[in-house]
Design a protein around this ligand. Sequence first.
Ligand code: HSE
Length: 307
Amino acid sequence: MLNRTIRVRVPGTSANCGPGFDAIGVACTIYNDLELTLKGEEGLVIEIEGEGAANIPADERNIVLRAIRTILKRAHREDEVKGFHIRMTNHIPLSRGLGSSAAAIVAGLKAANALLGNRFSRRELLQMATNIEGHPDNVAPAIFGGFTISVVTRGRVECFSLMPRMPLKLVVAVPEFPLSTRLARSVLPEQVKMKDAVFNVSRAALLVAALTKGQPRFLRNAFADALHQPYREKLIPGMKDVFRAACRAGALGASLSGAGPCLIAYTLENEESVGQAMVEAFREHEIEAHALQLSLDAHGARILKHR
Ligand code: HSE
């Protein structure tokens, strides 16, 4: 375990996917890489390149390090490890709703688990990651890939992963301002109306059925939400106009990506014009944004190499 270096790659993720608040998520083709060496002698080196390099703490507060310590503790191996060399190469934008914290947690768990000889299964990693993150809908697709449906029962999480039977593309409009998940959760109500619950239950079921069966026409109604987006709209100027612009440009549907502020459109075609339309709609509300054209990641977190 000591003095070996392992490299892992973890996808960014978009949670909720419209009606699946805290339950449905999808893995996207944008990645963070982590290189980890555990050492027998004291020392902490954390190097960060790319997204968040200036903002991510490179000390004990680092979330990758916290995940590594969690798994070493679970394996009762924490006393053997005195030093850590962590190198992160990040492409997932920070605090934008593309699962950067989930990717960091999963990267730490996956890399340390590999150095432990894969002592824990992916299901066990999912449980640990959910305990750290607080909800499963980003960490599940980051671990398993594809669309995931996660269910928590008395604290135990299980997850079903599926690849849609259609060549679905994901277009993400990334506004230049960050939004903390804590703030975006603080605006949500404690209770919701029965009609809003029914609105979401029916669409979440339709979404999963349409993806599984490969019937895109049903997706046109499947990405709407009444449980969280209406409350978060005030935090993301132009949200509804960006959704409308994406659909006018040919997308099947659009939603808030996780807690935002990224907005994501689901489409089978015209990715470039969908992205442009979303960026222009944001600009009309004086928000600068850029578009990412992504596909689904089918594999989730993976090991790149050992040294
Ligand atoms: N389901 C979570 C939320 C995702 O919408 O608050 C945030 O990471």
